[in-house]
Design a protein around this ligand. Structure first.
Ligand SMILES: [Zn+2]
Length: 228
């Protein structure tokens, strides 16, 4: 594969050549003004493996996050991993989504709204099984007992804690890895003790979950999932 990139030469730059891949798979190479082209090509060639790996990951991410068409081969997240879909319609079988042998099966007439409805239904069911159980687990561990737990269709946030300590979680959270779900659960439970994001609040979170920052990062990186 020929690696295409745009070259930015700078008189201010002293020695190093560097390379950046933008969010639209655009590659930019920054080089000192008088660097010979051969040297730049060599530099890019040395980075080939890394570039190809990064572009592959990016295109995979994009295809997972772009507007769904619910066609065979499309990938859907469940507990932090993407799984391929096999879509079809057999009127003699039950309509809806099945998850079996690491793939999603959708039996539904060819109608976008209907397909989305069945997927939403399936995610909601899984979220209702998984998330309240994790809340119960951490309630015991932290001795924090919420007034109630609801699974909502919120698109603006993954979880919330009301003034009267009712917790709510978006069903979309079930697309995240189990540790990330646990982080959101712990986060909302801690709001029962601290109704803000003060340093006191974050100290409570870090006490309960020392590696929470990587989970928070995952959520930030995957905000688009809330648009599902
Ligand atoms: Zn919060």
């Amino acid at each position: 594969m020929d690696i295409k990139y745009s070259l930015k030469r700078s008189k201010k730059r002293k020695k190093t050549i560097s390379l950046q891949i933008g969010s639209h798979s655009d590659i930019t190479v920054y080089a000192p003004y008088f660097t010979p082209v051969a040297e730049i090509s060599r530099f890019v060639e040395e980075k080939r493996n890394w570039i190809e790996r990064t572009l592959r990951n990016q295109s995979r991410q994009m295809s997972v996050l772009k507007e769904k068409t619910y066609e065979t081969g499309e990938e859907f997240y469940y507990l932090g991993r993407p799984y391929p879909l096999k879509a079809g319609f057999d009127p003699l079988e039950n309509t809806g989504v099945l998850f079996r042998l690491d793939r999603f099966m959708l039996n539904c007439p060819d109608n976008g709204e209907m397909k989305k409805y069945y997927f939403t239904l399936w995610y909601q069911k899984k979220a209702k099984e998984h998330i309240p159980a994790r809340v119960a687990h951490f309630s015991r561990e932290l001795n924090l007992w919420p007034r109630g737990v609801r699974i909502t269709s919120a698109r603006s946030r993954w979880g919330s804690c009301s003034q009267d300590n009712s917790l709510a979680f978006s069903f979309r959270l079930i697309m995240a890895p189990p540790q990330v779900i646990d982080y959101v659960v712990v986060h909302e439970l801690m709001h029962m003790r601290q109704k803000n994001h003060s340093s006191k609040f974050w100290r409570l979170v870090i006490e309960a979950m020392p590696d929470f920052t990587e989970h928070r990062r995952w959520l930030r990186k995957h905000q688009e999932m809330l648009k599902f």
